[in-house]
Design a protein around this ligand. Structure first.
Ligand code: NAG
Ligand code: NAG
Ligand code: NAG
Length: 546
């Protein structure tokens, strides 16, 4: 405490104290050991403990250079008439919750020059009459949120001479300073470097970016998987996982009590690579793509409570399916299967009210590995036109545009400067269309639609990548780059840089797909694995200033 501070305290003491002459007479046997008492003040020096009682009439109690190590809960509950408490030049560093419990008349509390490093949240609880509080010249780096809550009479706060670290934990103080009616002495940040020596009152809540997110591991499914999809059906959310080795489509539902995913039903086949759900009106269909034994369409029979096979997909066209997308154009439902065999055709199927019929075959002989449906504005501010992008092992990705007149995909163009692309997936940020292009080795990349073509935005090193999946959770845009040889890298979109920045690493063995699943306002990430167990992560949002 500086000289000026000490003088101020002494002045206050004097103001509270009656005439000194009277004080002398009041020294009584009941004055605690180590203390000297006047009629209404006791001053204790080198005290080993906090006295349990003081003479009646004492309303101010001071401790100087005392030997106790802390102020425990309820230390003053037997001296309820105290109006002033002062601690100075003591060495204690702990003040417990409710240390000043039972002091309804306490108006002045000075805890100065004491080395206190931290103070607990409920230290001052119940001090309804407190007018003046000083924690000046201690070693405080932070103060717990709402520590002044309930101190309804507070008009003066002195926090000078501490080493405040102005991070998210102090955001509340910055906001409190902005709206409190109490007079607060000017205080400064000691850290972090960017705020060193800044007046805390010159900061605002907006200077702190305290919300962080994370994919936290939550559950493993004891089997390998390829594609994972999610769908709503009869007011519930489901997940379907393609299990290639047992050949199943495994359906999961959310257990609202246990808060985990549990088995719902299975469709059993062989070498299942994709199980694509499509709900038309209230009917659920599932397109089951298999490497062997042909691909089939199932329907959910809600009376029999089971899946029934309703249709086969032409074996001549679809020989080695690799990916399926579903979409809707002008009230018509479609799905498209990318075929990766040499003799197969990537084919668009259309719902005709009774079943799905092949509508258009695209791109024969190209061994397509992936198909993506997206809508992009061909002209700025114009309506979005449906497009398909096909990736194949034989050439650059090609883009088809929906031709409304003939109701077909036409006008094939390729995406320049993109060799060896295994898959293309899109996302939009503020109306702009971007694509993530997966390459197994080399660089995967992000491109942006610039009105007539996709242009490079960013490259990410790929080390055995079979998936580079953009994924949106609330207002957060992520992209997840899987790796067979290293960790999966999660990127987060930085809207200022208009680029992805590294965000988190996940350990998934041979990842093949990443899918967001939202249930009961909770967001999950399903990470399929071709060689290990399927992992489920939960998207969590943490407010560091809370
Ligand atoms: C400050 O004083 C004004 C006027 O008396 C009052 O309306 C307001 O609620 C007070 N603010 C706080 C944080 O106590
Ligand atoms: C579905 O398959 C999974 C994985 O093989 C199995 O654990 C589960 O018991 C099956 N569920 C049903 C309802 O058949
Ligand atoms: C193909 O694209 C060109 C240029 O974008 C356009 O002029 C032409 O009308 C398109 N053709 C079809 C069939 O959509």
């Amino acid at each position: 405490m500086g000289r000026a501070g000490l003088a101020a305290v002494l002045l206050l003491l004097l103001r509270l104290l009656p005439l000194l002459a009277e004080g002398k007479r009041a020294a009584k046997p009941r004055c605690p050991a180590w203390c000297t008492c006047t009629r209404d003040n006791a001053l204790c020096e080198n005290a080993r403990t906090i006295p349990r009682s003081v003479p009646p009439g004492v309303i101010s109690l001071s401790f100087v250079r005392c030997g106790f190590t802390g102020i425990p809960e309820g230390s003053f509950s037997l001296t309820p008439s105290l109006q002033l408490l002062l601690f100075t030049s003591n060495s204690f560093d702990v003040i417990s919750d409710d240390a000043f419990m039972g002091l309804p008349h306490l108006e002045y509390l000075f805890i100065e020059n004491n080395n206190i490093k931290s103070i607990s949240k409920h230290t001052f609880r119940g001090l309804k009459s407190l007018i003046h509080l000083s924690l000046a010249y201690n070693n405080l780096q932070t103060l717990p949120k709402d520590i002044f809550k309930g101190l309804d009479s507070l008009t003066n706060v002195d926090l000078r001479g501490n080493a405040f670290h102005c991070d998210c934990r102090l955001k509340w103080l910055v906001e409190w300073l902005g709206h409190t009616n109490a007079t607060v002495e000017e205080i400064y940040c000691e850290g972090p470097a960017e705020y060193k020596k800044r007046k805390i009152s010159s900061l605002s809540g907006k200077d702190f970016d305290c919300i962080i997110t994370e994919f936290a591991w939550s559950q493993a499914l004891p089997y390998q998987s390829l594609a994972v999809d999610t769908f709503s059906y009869l007011d519930d959310e489901y997940v379907v996982v393609a299990q290639p080795f047992t050949g199943k489509c495994i359906f999961l539902e959310w257990d609202h009590v246990e808060m985990t995913f549990r088995n719902y039903d299975n469709i059993t086949g062989t070498s299942t690579v994709v199980c694509k759900p499509i709900v038309i009106e209230t009917q659920l269909y599932v397109i089951v793509a298999q490497l062997f034994g042909g691909s089939h369409i199932y329907k959910r029979d809600s009376f029999a409570n089971k899946f029934i096979k309703i249709q086969d997909i032409e074996i001549l066209k679809i020989r080695k399916p690799n990916d399926i997308e579903t979409f809707r154009i002008e009230n018509d439902w479609y799905f498209v299967v990318a075929d990766s065999s040499k003799a197969g055709f990537t084919t668009v199927y259309k719902w005709n009210g009774n079943g799905f019929y092949s509508h258009q075959s695209l791109h024969a002989w190209h061994r397509d590995t992936d198909v993506e449906y997206l809508e992009i504005p061909r002209m700025p501010h114009r309506a979005r036109t449906p497009h398909l992008i096909l990736s194949s092992s034989s050439q650059r990705p090609v883009m088809y545009q929906w031709n409304k007149g003939i109701q077909l995909f036409a006008n094939q163009t390729d995406i320049p400067n993109t060799e060896d692309v295994y898959a293309v997936k899109h996302f939009t940020v503020r109306g702009d269309v971007y694509i993530c292009l997966t390459r197994f080795i080399g660089d995967s990349k992000v491109m942006k639609w610039a009105g007539s073509a996709f242009l490079d935005v960013q490259r990410m090193p790929s080390r055995g990548a079979m998936v580079f999946q953009p994924l949106q959770v609330e207002n957060y845009q992520y992209a997840i780059l899987g790796s067979d040889y290293s960790f999966t890298q999660v990127y987060n979109w930085d809207s200022e840089k208009a680029k992805f920045v590294k965000f988190q690493e996940l350990n998934v063995q041979a990842p093949r797909s990443f899918t967001r699943v939202t249930i009961d306002k909770r967001h999950f990430l399903f990470a399929s694995s071709f060689k290990g167990t399927t992992q489920i992560y939960k998207h969590v949002i943490v407010d560091l200033s809370a």
